[in-house]
Design a protein around this ligand. Structure first.
Ligand SMILES: [Zn+2]
Length: 385
């Protein structure tokens, strides 16, 4: 509907200013390298591979890129390793909100696993309260420097552990107090989401929201289980839904039953292009399934996953997609509105974000673009799809 002939291609600077919505970002995957070094020093943590922030940042990206699961997991052992005190959690959450706001993100749901931050003696509740406090501080500091952001937390349970119900109860207890939903993450192989059915059934009984990491490395059965057994509201990644879509030589497309269901029910896909390239789920940005999924009008959203490990940001993700698919400001708005519609905050608040923040933000950028074009072209501008 929107992307064929319109050429209001955004510049990197416009991409940064454009209001963006992020649904899939890990708190322990987005620390500033300098913060890791300082927190490690304060905590007497001596296992960092480097104490120079620049070199450490490179080490994280290379380790995540190496194709070795061991090295990939090692990256998280360091970030989680320095996030074991209240002060550390407050700081990391505060900087996360500030960094996202600085990047033009206006609404974010950031996830973390409280059970991974108990080594310093904190309780699950203390972990949640520290992170909430950091997000609120970050929102305030962002506002003082002219940015507007709202951050909600998603509590993650680890697939290989057996605490999912406990974490789901925690998410429910802190509902309306900064926590907007629940997630499960960790290796898909050998740990199907159905192991945690009690947690999902509990959340459904409580009318609460959850997303499930599914269909990243693992294929359709993992997506099917997440939706039809567990009842997930959204799919973390879900990129392998592409395996249920046939594209014929003449360009016609046939959706299988599961792909049809996902599209018909408007199930949001939390797509993370750079992260998928690192894990081998896609070969290049141009070949990433997001191109086809956007064309077919799936409820596709753009996300960062782990900003530190992927050396990325929301703006960088969009820069790559603009390069690969020629996306316009209209496409960016389409993705952003899709994501906002899929957020776990109440409907009226989502609508207010769309009407008061996202649409006016894009309208301003598009009018700038039109202004620059006045002499030559008479571009017609669509609204989002
Ligand atoms: Zn993830």
């Amino acid at each position: 509907m929107t992307s064929q002939t319109i050429s209001n291609t955004p510049t990197p600077e416009q991409i940064r200013r454009a209001p963006k919505v992020l649904l899939h970002d890990h708190l322990d995957g987005g620390l500033r390298p300098g913060t890791i070094v300082e927190l490690a020093r304060d905590a007497g943590y001596d296992r960092l591979p480097d104490t120079d922030p620049g070199k450490l940042g490179v080490w994280f990206r290379e380790a995540a890129d190496s194709g070795s699961l061991e090295r990939y997991l090692e990256t998280f052992s360091h970030t989680v390793g320095v996030m074991q005190t209240r002060d550390a959690l407050v700081r990391v959450a505060r900087e996360c909100a500030e960094d996202l706001a600085e990047d033009g993100v206006v609404y974010a749901e950031v996830r973390y696993a409280p059970e991974q931050h108990l080594e310093g003696g904190l309780s699950l509740e203390e972990v949640v309260e520290a992170v909430n406090e950091g997000f609120r501080e970050g929102e305030r500091l962002a506002r003082e420097s002219g940015h507007r952001i709202r951050v909600g937390a998603l509590l993650t349970a680890m697939r290989h552990a057996a605490r999912a119900l406990e974490i789901a109860e925690l998410a429910n207890r802190y509902r309306d107090l900064g926590v907007v939903g629940f997630d499960i993450a960790g290796a898909e192989a050998g740990y199907p989401p159905t192991r945690h059915l009690d947690a999902f059934e509990y959340l459904k009984r409580e009318n609460n929201h959850f997303t499930i990491h599914a269909g990243e490395a693992f294929g359709l059965p993992s997506i099917w289980q997440a939706l039809q057994w567990c009842g997930a509201d959204r799919l973390g990644h879900g990129v392998r839904i592409i395996d249920d879509i046939q594209v014929h030589a003449d360009g016609s497309v046939k959706l299988g039953r599961l792909a049809s269901y996902v599209r018909d029910k408007r199930i949001p896909l939390e797509l993370c292009p750079s992260s998928n390239l690192q894990t081998g789920a896609a070969e290049s940005y141009a070949e990433h399934p997001i191109g086809l999924l956007r064309r077919l009008h799936f409820r596709a959203t753009v996300n960062t996953d782990n900003r530190l490990m992927s050396g990325t940001s929301m703006s960088k993700e969009f820069e790559h997609l603009v390069d690969a698919f020629g996306y316009s400001l209209d496409d960016m708005q389409w993705f952003s509105v899709n994501a906002m519609k899929s957020a776990f905050i109440p409907f009226d608040e989502r609508l207010a974000m769309i009407n008061d923040v996202i649409k006016p933000g894009y309208a301003e950028l598009k009018s700038e673009w039109l202004f620059q074009q006045t002499a030559s072209t008479s571009g017609s501008v669509d609204s989002e799809g």
